[in-house]
Design a protein around this ligand. Structure first.
Ligand SMILES: *[C@@H]1O[C@H](CO)[C@@H](O)[C@H](O)[C@H]1NC(C)=O
Ligand SMILES: *[C@@H]1O[C@H](CO)[C@@H](O)[C@H](O)[C@H]1NC(C)=O
Length: 386
């Protein structure tokens, strides 16, 4: 339409001097139509959805919503950004911890109460929804959130959200980050989660999520961090996880996970942090886990792991942290551990180990507490002479 009237006004040029003034007026109208028509920033429906979102929340200390005035929600509204060509709301980024002046002026971190309004779900161009670390936002994750086709980042960490993860979370095919850690979420990990083919970062730590980890979680081939610490998860560690090529960080600690540790975890190409502590894992520690060159932070403490410590250490062994304390390990400390390239923090305490502590560089800086409460270990740094 705009193009048509532009052509019309150019045509008017041919009517000569007498038409000039009228032509200029037409030109002006065309330009105004262009400006208004091409960049309608913040359509009333987006603005309305944001205002409904705002009215379900209370921010008593910072006044961030005081900036949410005027008709153009794409300009000057704290935490809101829009697509520059279409003027639709793309991102809501509201973090309760920030360097922004509003926080400096208030001299404190953020706090908000209230809940997340389902009105968010009409923001159908939303790609980022971060409402993090407000400590007091309660209520449930609106179930309709799974109908936002472009959502890439969903980060609601550090609130008091209850209820379950929406059962059809798997509809969010573009999702790369799902972080709802530090809330009060219950229920199971929905099976549909294995459809999130682009997911890279899953953080459900510190909630009350129960049930088993979906057996086919390993289908999520883009995943680099799976953090499920401190929930009420049961069942065993799905072996499928060991096929996730990019997985760098696996934290399943402080759950009720049982069964043995899949040996294949020791041959994952980029896995560097493995925390399985405070579970009910049993069986022996797979040798390849301790032989792995990539793994350098590993906590297996507070389980029911038994058997001997595999004698698999070498000059390529490098652990910044290796905690095997509070298990049922027996036998002696393998002499090969003394040849390790580096061991920052080692904890073998509270097992049933016996015999002489090897002498060597990695042991030089270790304290007695690394070896205490075993059956019959002896030698430095313990007081007990062999
Ligand atoms: C989480 O829920 C439990 C049980 O409903 C409640 O006792 C607890 O106070 C809640 N914690 C938080 C941080 O809301
Ligand atoms: C390993 O996990 C245990 C139990 O969850 C924890 O107490 C300990 O501090 C962890 N070890 C290290 C070195 O972080």
């Amino acid at each position: 339409m705009v193009t048509v009237s532009l052509k019309t006004s150019i045509a008017k040029l041919e009517f000569g001097e007498r038409g000039r003034e009228r032509m200029e007026a037409t030109y002006l109208v065309v330009m105004m139509t262009l400006l208004a028509g091409v960049v309608i920033s913040c359509p009333p429906s987006d603005r309305g959805a944001l205002l409904a979102f705002k009215s379900a929340l209370t921010d008593p200390y910072l006044g961030i919503f005081n900036t949410w005035t005027g008709s153009d929600c794409c300009t000057g509204w704290y935490g809101i950004s829009c697509d520059p060509t279409e003027g639709r709301v793309n991102d809501i980024i509201l973090r309760g911890e920030s360097e922004h002046t509003l926080f400096a002026v208030a001299g404190r971190t953020g706090f908000m109460s209230g809940s997340l309004s389902p009105s968010l779900c009409s923001l159908d161009r939303l790609t980022t929804l971060i409402v993090a670390d407000w400590k007091g936002i309660s209520g449930e994750i609106p179930a309709c959130i799974t109908s936002l086709p472009r959502l890439r980042i969903l980060d609601l960490v550090g609130n008091q959200i209850t209820g379950e993860i929406p059962v059809d979370i798997g509809n969010l095919g573009k999702l790369t980050v799902l972080n709802v850690a530090d809330n009060n979420i219950t229920g199971n990990i929905p099976q549909s989660i294995v459809s999130l083919g682009n997911l890279m970062h899953l953080d459900l730590r510190n909630n009350r999520i129960s049930g088993e980890i979906p057996a086919n979680l390993g289908k999520l081939s883009m995943m680099s961090r799976i953090l499920l610490k401190q929930n009420e998860l049961t069942g065993s560690i799905p072996t499928s996880i060991t096929s996730i090529y990019r997985l760098a960080d696996l934290d399943l600690s402080m759950n009720q996970i049982s069964g043995s540790i899949p040996a294949q975890l020791g041959s994952m190409p980029v896995l560097s942090t493995l925390n399985l502590d405070s579970n009910q894992l049993s069986g022996e520690i797979p040798g390849c886990l301790l032989r792995s060159n990539g793994l350098n932070i590993m906590n297996l403490s507070h389980n029911a792991l038994e058997g001997y410590l595999p004698d698999v250490f070498s000059s390529t062994t490098y652990f910044s942290m290796l905690d095997l304390s509070f298990n049922e390990l027996k036998g002696s400390i393998p002499a090969s551990l003394a040849f390790a390239r580096y061991i920052g923090h080692l904890d073998l305490s509270n097992n049933h180990l016996c015999g002489e502590i090897p002498v060597g560089f990695p042991f030089d800086h270790l304290e007695a507490s690394s070896f205490s409460d075993n059956d019959c270990l002896c030698g430095a740094p313990l007081m007990r002479v062999c």
